[in-house]
Design a protein around this ligand. Structure first.
Ligand code: NDP
Length: 430
């Protein structure tokens, strides 16, 4: 049984991960948080003590770490005795943290695809440019590496697998819909790292349509959805991490991602992009100073974690799945609704950080108890979804199902087993 967790990254998501690990330290053991800025780790440790989140008496220690330094990261894993690493630092760190895990044999969990700071929107599938190249190494070393175990990517991948296992004989399309109907009261702010947020939208929009990659422009394709709780919402088709693994691991011809945007976001984004202020490429000022415009924009925008105290409203994220069951056309919406104020009350974070931070802790618990300790690299849809969704149900992210029979919670009476329809899934028992 793997115990003792090292959490890398002390941002909005890191805060949730540390609180949730603390709430489950009877299973997870010692908790170590390491990030570039020590004071941020220490502030999170203080908030865990203030909220009394530790379930049992146990270690909770803050460390300073540059996680791009593989040797230092491996040394910290060894000296702390951590057997599970949850990487919720910037996506620029994934490959170095994964290397440290392979070197030490620790299990690895992340919530986003690796990115090279100097490149945006690389050739799809994005996992193929970085993570999947290390799969054989993980296999050889017997290292469990669970990729993209946040909400989207993450829980929505588990929803897709659940739909395939239990609700359809054939799936024709999966539309992942992500709407934040919350209000943070600021003129403009992003809900997670502004640099990463903008990088998602400055390149082409890649979707999987008719079994091939299709390119569109940002804000080119609009669709309105009438969603539970949050009502009628406008979304735009955007590129997103989960399409890049679902298109390989599930036999589904159409997989798209739809993100809700308000008019204010679209206006600010368009102005910044048109002026060149969202560029990831360095420029030199008249004074000879080299700057990356996008990093300057990040530096002047609100820290996403600072939005939490005033945030109201809810998020609704889920999969609209269409296909055929028992010879008849069928459609389901598998989803979660999260509440900003409730998340703040529990762990001091807003709901975007909460929905991203709870799932990697559920994944860590499944690694600790062996259910997801697969000894190789896997995307979430390659793993049995029910243990994950059942844990999330108890940990604050319940799943609901809406179809022609109504809108109801996903229930967990008897567990069903379902083998993935394509090869490549680790042999774990549900
Ligand atoms: P933040 O920017 O708030 O936090 C990132 C943290 O990483 C910061 O504490 C930062 O340190 C730290 N960091 C950056 N570089 C280094 C380094 N070299 N060494 C050590 N630490 C470093 O981001 P979020 O918390 O909002 O997001 C965290 C991750 O979660 C991102 O990968 C994001 O893409 C992902 N995410 C996933 C979602 C999902 O549903 N799958 C949804 C939302 C986010 P410092 O404080 O010094 O800057």
């Amino acid at each position: 049984m793997k115990r003792n967790v090292l959490i890398i990254g002390a941002g909005g998501v890191g805060q949730v991960v540390v609180h949730k690990c603390a709430q489950h330290n009877d299973v997870l053991g010692d908790i170590h948080i390491a990030s570039r800025t020590l004071s941020k780790c220490e502030a999170i440790v203080r908030s865990v003590h203030e909220k009394g989140s530790l379930k049992t008496h146990g270690k909770l220690v803050a460390h300073q770490l540059d996680a791009l330094d593989v040797e230092k990261t491996a040394e910290l894993i060894r000296t702390t005795g951590c057997r599970i690493v949850i990487n919720v630092g910037s996506p620029f760190l994934n490959m170095s943290v994964l290397s440290a895990c392979i070197a030490t044999g620790a299990a690895y969990v992340d919530t986003a695809i690796h990115e090279d700071p100097r490149k945006i929107c690389e050739t799809p599938p994005w996992y193929g440019n970085y993570e999947w190249k290390r799969r054989a190494e993980c296999d050889k070393a017997g290292v469990t590496a669970i990729l993209g175990a946040g909400f989207d990517p993450g829980v929505v991948n588990a929803y897709a697998r659940l739909a395939q296992d239990e609700y359809f004989d054939r799936i024709d399309s999966i539309d992942i819909v992500d709407v934040n109907a919350g209000d943070h009261g600021r003129y403009f702010a992003t809900n997670f790292d502004p640099e990463i947020n903008f990088r998602e939208f400055t390149g082409q929009v890649w979707s999987w349509q008719e079994n091939r990659w299709t390119a569109n422009k940002m804000f080119e394709i609009r669709k309105d959805w009438d969603l539970p709780v949050v009502g009628m919402r406008t979304t735009y088709m955007t590129g997103h991490d989960e399409i890049h693994s679902l298109s390989r691991n599930l036999d589904v011809p159409n997989i798209r991602f739809w993100m809700g945007f308000g008019e204010r976001y679209i206006t600010v984004f368009t102005v910044l992009k048109t002026l060149g202020l969202l560029s990831e490429q360095p420029i030199t000022t008249a004074e000879g100073q080299e700057v990356v415009p996008l990093k300057v924009v990040k530096a002047v925008l609100p820290d996403p974690s600072s939005l939490a105290p005033d945030y109201t409203g809810k998020t609704c994220i889920g999969d609209v799945v269409k296909g055929v069951k028992d010879g008849k056309k069928h459609e389901v919406f598998i989803y979660n609704v999260a509440d900003h104020a409730q998340a703040y009350c529990e762990v001091g974070s807003q709901a975007i950080s909460y929905t991203a931070g709870v799932p990697p802790v559920a994944a860590a618990i499944l690694i600790a108890n062996g259910e997801w300790d697969v000894g190789t690299m896997a995307n979430v849809e390659e793993l049995p979804p029910r243990p994950f969704l059942q844990l999330l149900d108890r940990m604050g992210l319940p799943t609901r199902i809406k179809d022609k029979d109504g809108d109801r919670p996903l229930t967990f009476g008897a567990r069903r087993t379902g083998a993935p329809k394509k090869a490549g899934a680790p042999a774990t028992a549900d």
